[in-house]
Design a protein around this ligand. Structure first.
Ligand SMILES: Nc1ncnc2c1ncn2[C@@H]1O[C@H](COP(=O)(O)OP(=O)(O)O)[C@@H](O)[C@H]1O
Ligand SMILES: O=P(O)(O)OC[C@H]1O[C@](O)(COP(=O)(O)O)[C@@H](O)[C@@H]1O
Ligand SMILES: [Mg+2]
Length: 319
């Protein structure tokens, strides 16, 4: 394989730039030409791509976002869209791809390989919702951002004796809520994986007040429900003063943490090595501090559960 390309796709995440940089520099060290595809699969369909050299990925390791741009492309979900994308790659002699993105992007890559393009995927999403890896690139930065917000909200919640509700990202999963909530000492962590009862929450909030608790922090994953409506419910039913913060896209930005930069760099190195060995249809995951090969069908086909031990511990510590 003499030419490969790197692409970022789907929701951006801190550490994507570190992964691009490592992909480019490892490939160049193997004497391979590297192309950068702009704006995810939309750019692949449009033929928007350029050759990257070592300098073109300088000064990005510390930056959030992705300097290549990213997109959610509906056209790529159609066969004609993917055929156009493949034609653009073949025209340039690009034989293999490093695809950095979430479950949707990796599913897209799987369909692309059916048309003859080899690929190795890297799990890039703040949600940490990809099977086969302990952590996804961007998750550590996002939870640290959420934790910083929770710490600050605790100050003002305590000053006023309020119930502070914090809605964090996690479209279908509770990893961000669970991890930031546990680290932030939340009284309740509400996630899509564990059904909850609003009435029971009110009862417990009032019981903890009766036992001397002055204020409360509730962390809720967006996929579990709306912090705004739960706050309204608690105010009406329990008569407690509530305030709501929806953290939103703040969690997707910012300089990647040490862990995310190193994770991205290590995963990318392994991805390039295996791609050049001719491997395809795999994702590189990180398990027990090691880079591991994960069949793509498993990475996108199996559902990653939250860690039940973390959830149990959060319950014990919130008493
Ligand atoms: N089933 C699919 N077939 C082909 N392409 C897909 C499929 N699912 C997602 N994609 C492509 O991957 C892109 C990113 O997926 P999305 O789910 O939005 O983000 P993420 O990769 O972060 O989970 C989509 O916009 C689409 O172009
Ligand atoms: O930025 P958008 O397109 O509104 O998407 C928001 C979604 O993207 C995420 O931030 C990350 O998810 P993906 O990695 O699957 O894109 C989710 O937590 C959130 O629900
Ligand atoms: Mg996703």
């Amino acid at each position: 394989m003499k030419k490969i390309a790197v692409i970022t796709s789907g929701g951006d995440c801190p550490g994507m730039n570190a992964a691009i940089r490592a992909t480019v520099r490892v490939a160049l060290a193997h004497g391979v030409e590297v192309w950068g595809i702009k704006n995810g699969y939309a750019g692949m369909i449009a033929g928007d791509m350029t050759v990257l050299d070592s300098r073109s990925v300088g000064d990005i390791i510390q930056k959030g976002g992705t300097f290549l741009g990213t997109a959610r492309s509906e056209e790529f979900k159609t066969l004609p869209g993917r055929q156009q994308a493949v034609a653009n790659l073949e025209k340039r002699g690009i034989e293999g791809l490093v695809v950095i993105g979430g479950e949707g992007s990796l599913t897209g890559a799987k369909h692309l390989s059916e048309l003859g393009i080899k690929f190795v995927g890297l799990p890039g999403t703040i949600d940490n919702d990809i099977w086969g890896t302990d952590y996804t690139i961007g998750f550590d930065t996002a939870v640290n951002t959420a934790l910083d917000a929770i710490n600050k909200l605790r100050d003002t919640a305590s000053a006023h004796g309020r119930v502070m509700l914090v809605e964090v990202m996690g479209r279908d999963c509770g990893w961000i809520a669970l991890t930031a909530g546990l680290a932030g000492g939340a009284e309740f962590i509400l996630i899509p994986e564990a059904p909850f009862n609003q009435e029971e929450i009110c009862r417990q909030l009032l019981a903890s007040r009766a036992k001397g608790k002055q204020y409360s922090i509730i962390v809720i994953a967006e996929g579990a429900g709306s912090a705004m409506s739960l706050g309204q419910y608690i105010r009406t039913k329990a008569g407690l003063e509530t305030r709501v913060s929806v953290l939103g896209h703040i969690q997707r930005g910012g300089a990647p943490t040490v862990s995310d930069r190193i994770l991205a760099s290590r995963l990318a190195e392994t991805a390039v090595r295996l791609l050049l060995e001719g491997k395809t249809d795999i994702m590189i995951g990180y398990r027990n501090n090691q880079c591991v090969e994960v069949p793509i069908a498993d990475a996108v086909g199996k559902k990653k559960d939250i860690d039940p031990e973390l959830y149990r511990l959060a319950g014990v510590l919130s008493q």
